[in-house]
Design a protein around this ligand. Structure first.
Ligand code: SF4
Length: 572
């Protein structure tokens, strides 16, 4: 590793390892209720976790560029320098763009010459005043609009360099944080959107998601993984959490009499989900007591930290360690870390997951609490103007329990709405140009940022998604079931096209012998999640974007003509 540093860096790091840097580490950070202080733990070259990270490099190969950046300067230690440089209005160098991502800020030029900020919202739940506060920040520092992401999170775009830190300071003021929301860190913690209000749920995921959020933010050795990492908690309720697309999924299950562990509600451990690489998380056979989830996830991640590939970004996710080792070896290493054997149950001793409702995130649904309802609002590919956000926050405050619950379907629900106020909520939402009405195509329409704001995109996913929706609404009027159509701009798969009924992944389509290209998509069908997890099958390659609405129409017509009942999915 010594070869990766110049003399000045080594001198700095030696002082850092001796405790000088550690003492300074928390000094430059603005910490609020959403961002507890990280412990002052050495992160220099002698720190145990940094040494462990070199294990794969010692085995051969060269550190990739991002790993060198991590070692050259800690993104936390260097934050004051980043702030000072951003205040001059300058674009960040690539290595500083990477470091800003530890603080949730992504420089997204050339598509937009500005930062995008991705927040952290554990379990996707925030108070109405935080929701409105984000809108105020989007007006003061960003483009005046807010996006809901597929990790039940919020993003604000068009933040000028000199506004980057003021925006983050504003988040602190409203009890939110963006720390660790990008780069090689554990991303926003998702949980069941209907936690605590769902009559069907086995377990309320809110305390688990919040506790894990706090756990990872407070441990400096859990930043700077080989690659990004996702963890989700599903409570077994009516709305899917898509935990099978996460590196670690904890699924609430009912263990039956006769199992090797006590009957009752446990968290089943599924591992290795990364839908963009055509893999869904698989059942390990392990069940965990809810209170042990943090310790088990921590051990899983530390095995990954020590053994993930730090030389090739394309093979750096945990899935590739699992593929190379197999589950048995990986789980044995996890048990070594924990110092105990994990509990296992045979599948026949676990009750099947209760059925999900594909419309649970849209429209009016009775809560577990008599007389109260949650109301799901449809957002056109996840976008709201700041004015809409503030007005929606006011509706939640005046007509509901004041909470906004973001979902992985790029929308949100308001909870705690009394029966007598439901009609008022619906009409006030309609007055904002939005709707609560479930519709076959728009309720399941998911699109990543696309070429309007992401340099990786091969197509304008959000724009094309809306064109497809308009076309289908005009041409397939008898569509009587919800259909998930996911558009993603590149192989990073932010919109999880492989689990949609119909998935489109951006592709440049060659249209002339000279090699001219236009925007288009490869099209897959038959993906699924929750009770029917499945990676979709590619049926068309390189379809021009202008032809995609017709192809989606043709698929829907074929489905309607051939199905035996509306209950039949695209997978059959
Ligand atoms: Fe960008 Fe690709 Fe993610 Fe879409 S899927 S937002 S194009 S990285």
């Amino acid at each position: 590793m010594a070869d990766d540093f110049n003399a000045e860096q080594r001198r700095y790091l030696e002082g850092f390892a001796a405790g000088i840097g550690a003492a300074r580490m928390t000094g430059g950070l603005a910490l609020g209720p959403g961002a507890p202080a990280a412990p002052a733990e050495p992160t220099g070259p002698d720190a145990p976790h940094i040494k462990a990270q070199d294990a794969t490099v010692k085995a051969g190969g060269k550190l990739c560029e991002q790993e060198k950046w991590k070692r050259a300067e800690s993104p936390f230690e260097g934050h004051n320098r980043l702030i000072a440089e951003a205040a001059t209005g300058k674009a960040p160098k690539p290595e500083d763009n990477f470091r800003w991502r530890y603080h949730g800020m992504f420089w997204v030029a050339p598509n937009q010459v500005s930062y995008m900020c991705r927040l952290r919202i554990p379990n996707g739940i925030l108070h109405h005043w935080q929701f409105a506060g984000v809108a105020d920040l989007a007006d003061a520092h960003g483009g005046g609009y807010v996006h809901v992401t597929t990790r039940a999170n919020l993003q604000v775009r068009e933040i000028a360099p000199e506004h980057a830190q003021p925006f983050l300071d504003g988040l602190t003021d409203i009890g939110l944080t963006a720390r660790g929301a990008g780069a090689d860190n554990i991303r926003n913690v998702t949980g069941s959107s209907t936690a605590g209000i769902d009559a069907q749920e086995l377990l309320d995921t809110r305390p688990l998601a919040k506790s894990w959020h706090t756990w990872i933010l407070n441990d400096r050795t859990l930043y700077g993984l080989p690659r990004k990492f996702n963890v989700a908690f599903d409570g077994g309720g009516v709305m899917p959490t898509l935990e099978e697309t996460n590196d670690i999924g904890f699924q609430a299950v009912e263990v039956l009499d006769g199992a090797a562990v006590a009957p009752g509600v446990w968290m089943r451990l599924v591992l290795g989900g990364i839908s963009g690489h055509r893999d869904l998380a698989r059942d390990t056979g392990i069940v965990v007591r809810p209170g042990d989830c943090n310790a088990v996830a921590d051990a899983i991640i530390r095995v990954f930290i020590e053994n993930g590939d730090r030389t090739n970004r394309n093979k750096a996710r945990m899935k590739y360690v699992l593929d190379a080792w197999g589950f048995d070896k990986y789980l044995a290493a996890v048990e070594d870390k924990l110092g105990r054997r994990l509990d296992r149950v045979a599948p026949e001793h676990v009750a099947p997951r209760r059925a999900t409702d594909r419309f649970a995130h849209v429209g009016v649904h009775a809560q577990a609490q008599p007389g109260l309802n949650w109301v799901g609002v449809v957002l056109p590919v996840g976008k709201m103007t700041s004015d809409q956000v503030r007005a929606l926050a006011a509706i939640a405050r005046e007509c509901g329990d004041g909470q906004i619950r973001l979902t992985v379907w790029q929308n949100f629900i308001m909870s705690g709405v009394p029966d007598a106020r439901v009609a008022e909520v619906e009409s006030r939402v309609e007055a904002l140009g939005l709707t609560t009405k479930a519709a076959g195509i728009r309720s399941g329409l998911v699109a990543c940022t696309g070429s309007r704001g992401c340099k990786f995109a091969a197509a304008d996913t959000k724009g094309h998604a809306l064109v497809i929706a308009e076309h289908v609404e005009r041409t397939v009027r008898d569509l009587d079931v919800p259909v998930n159509v996911h558009l993603t701009g590149c192989h990073h798969s932010c919109a999880q096209h492989y689990i949609g009924d119909i998935g489109l992944i951006g592709a440049k389509v060659v249209v002339s012998e000279e090699g001219d290209t236009v925007e288009g998509y490869d099209i897959v069908v038959g993906g699924g999640f929750a009770e029917n997890p499945k990676i979709g099958t590619e049926i068309w390659k390189a379809v021009k974007a202008e032809d995609c609405p017709g192809r989606v129409e043709a698929l829907l017509r074929a489905y309607l003509a051939r199905r035996e009942s509306p209950a039949e999915s695209f997978q059959h």
